[in-house]
Design a protein around this ligand. Structure first.
Ligand SMILES: Cc1cc2nc3c(=O)[nH]c(=O)nc-3n(C[C@H](O)[C@H](O)[C@H](O)COP(=O)(O)O)c2cc1C
Length: 209
């Protein structure tokens, strides 16, 4: 059984237990720590924040969720970025409703972040910079002639065509997530800490965990 139990009562940490984060009782520092974890998630492939989940709403009004790779983080502008295929379900969904959510959990620090985001497909210089930074292996994903999620008779029926897809650029799209809210949850033996940062209202509040 995991030693991380959400329902544990506040208690003094056992000697030798995990060190408490220095931002434990500091709202602004908790927010900054959350952003530092997001920044690290872009650079460190081994960070659990490298592969968060993004949720959108389907045409029928149901939530749907999937893993993506975190490609960019601008903590000043409160923006994240990921890359996807223009033909994917999430693109149709964000075009109909740009409001989404992102979820991150780091079992090492026991920090969960729940972000309320507005999703935007990038174009112009932002698009060009993102495409220029993609590696040949990543470009291959976008060279598939059938759209992702299309039904195929056999898994061998996936066809790649670099020329017809302009090396994959025809189907590539970077997506910016404008972070509107960040909910911080820090599980700690001496008492959990939960807080809500609303960047649209410029407010920060502690919440009951
Ligand atoms: C570890 C991991 C990383 C992934 N990264 C991405 C990604 O960066 N972009 C993407 O479009 N899909 C990525 N996927 C695939 C998505 O989870 C999803 O299956 C796919 O994008 C189709 O989603 P949709 O039909 O909801 O749009 C990743 C999956 C895993 C397991």
């Amino acid at each position: 059984m995991s030693d991380t139990q959400f329902d544990q009562k506040p208690k003094q940490p056992k000697s030798g237990g995990p060190p408490i984060l220095s931002c434990y009782d500091d709202l602004a520092a908790s927010c900054a720590y959350g952003w530092s974890m997001l920044e690290r998630g872009v650079k460190d492939r081994k960070s659990p924040f490298h592969t968060p989940s993004v949720a959108t709403i389907t045409a029928s009004g149901s939530p749907t969720i999937r893993t993506i790779v975190l490609r960019g983080c601008d903590s000043q502008a409160k923006q994240l970025r990921f890359h996807t295929d223009t033909r994917s379900g999430k693109i149709a969904e964000l075009q109909a409703n740009p409001q989404g959510a992102m979820h991150f959990y780091d079992a090492g620090t026991k920090v969960q972040l729940r972000l309320g985001v507005r999703l935007e497909m990038l174009s112009g210089p932002d698009y060009d910079a993102a495409w220029a930074a993609t590696r040949p292996m990543s470009r291959e994903c976008y060279q598939v002639t059938q759209g992702p999620g299309s039904a195929i008779a056999s898994p061998l029926d996936v066809a790649f065509d670099a020329e017809a897809t302009q090396d994959g650029e025809a189907h590539f799209v970077p997506v910016r997530a404008h972070v509107e809210t960040m909910e911080w949850l820090y599980l700690a033996a001496r008492g959990h800490r939960r807080a809500l940062f609303d960047f649209t209202q410029d407010t920060m509040d502690w919440l009951v965990p």
